[in-house]
Ligand binder design. Structure first.
Ligand SMILES: Nc1ncnc2c1ncn2[C@@H]1O[C@H](COP(=O)(O)OP(=O)(O)O)[C@@H](O)[C@H]1O
Ligand SMILES: [Mg+2]
Length: 264
């Protein structure tokens, strides 16, 4: 479970990237973060692995508050998938997947390049799970297509069986067919392990298709939070074109918090 408690982030130049974000994402949920460029999606995701220290408020992962003293421990449990893959392009596919272990191994071992046989087996199994064959293992990561590179990025992210995967626009540089394949791989790998996924996207149709829940952000604030079904075209327009988002009228008996709706 990820819990954001009254999170604010103001950059030194005065930009308020996050304003009063309170959000709880249940274990195993695939939560899509949607919103125009500059809405604060990346800042929100990066607050979960400690890359962006908040100005106010805090982030909790399974009840543990992220702080300088817990960050090292929590980093092993939180993996990231990037828009531009962030692979070491001159290293092999195998080395890139094994680098997913780095938060958990000593620097000396990482430098020596020595990994236990069980880890090598796990890397192979993950590569197979993301649809790459053993013939890819020794290829230079930078020589693969974008879709294949993101498959490597997914395998790397799952090396430590993380409780949380942060995917920041993981398909923004891929074509629609490959985007769907990649999101399917992330969703399936996460379901198998009950991993919580926070995934920012800019494609509304993909958000509706893959999200258990959609959180819409604009100007650092949450302006929509609900199921894909509740994310109507009207809500899409409100998110992207700035119409004031208002709580829809509900009968008292159905006035459940939005995050509960996501599980209904
Ligand atoms: N390192 C930074 N320093 C200053 N401002 C930043 C920095 N990173 C992001 N911002 C600003 O914070 C706001 C939110 O950015 P970001 O989280 O990247 O939005 P999104 O991912 O939704 O496009 C934007 O106004 C952006 O310009
Ligand atoms: Mg971003």
């Amino acid at each position: 479970m990820i819990h954001f408690d009254n999170l604010d982030k103001q950059w030194p130049d005065g930009t308020k990237a996050l304003s009063n974000i309170s959000l709880t994402v249940a274990r195993g949920q695939f939560c899509v973060i949607l919103g125009p460029s500059g809405a604060g999606k990346s800042t929100l995701l990066r607050a979960v692995n400690g890359l962006v220290p908040p100005t106010r408020g805090h982030v909790e992962i399974d009840g543990v508050v992220l702080s300088p003293s817990t960050q090292r421990h929590l980093r092993r449990r939180v993996a990231m998938i990037h828009q531009h893959f962030n692979l070491a392009s001159r290293l092999s596919v195998a080395a890139n997947v094994l680098s997913g272990l780095l938060p958990a191994v000593s620097t000396a071992r990482a430098l020596s390049g020595w990994f236990r046989a069980e880890h090598r087996r796990k890397a192979c199994a993950l590569l197979e799970q993301v649809g790459l064959s053993p013939t890819h293992l020794k290829r230079r990561a930078g020589d693969l297509s974008g879709g294949q590179q993101q498959r490597v990025g997914i395998a790397r992210a799952f090396m430590l069986d993380p409780e949380v995967v942060l995917a920041d626009e993981p398909v923004a540089s891929l074509d629609p067919k490959i985007s769907r394949d990649i999101l399917t791989l992330i969703r399936d790998a996460a379901r198998e392990r009950n991993t919580t996924v926070l995934c920012s996207l800019h494609q509304i149709e993909l958000a509706r298709e893959f999200g258990d829940r959609i959180v819409g952000m604009r100007d650092g604030r949450i302006v929509f939070d609900g199921t894909p079904e509740a994310f109507t075209d009207e809500r899409v327009r409100a998110l992207y074109h700035g119409a004031q988002w208002e709580e829809p009228p509900r009968a008292p008996s159905t006035a459940a918090p939005a995050f509960e709706l996501a599980h209904a």
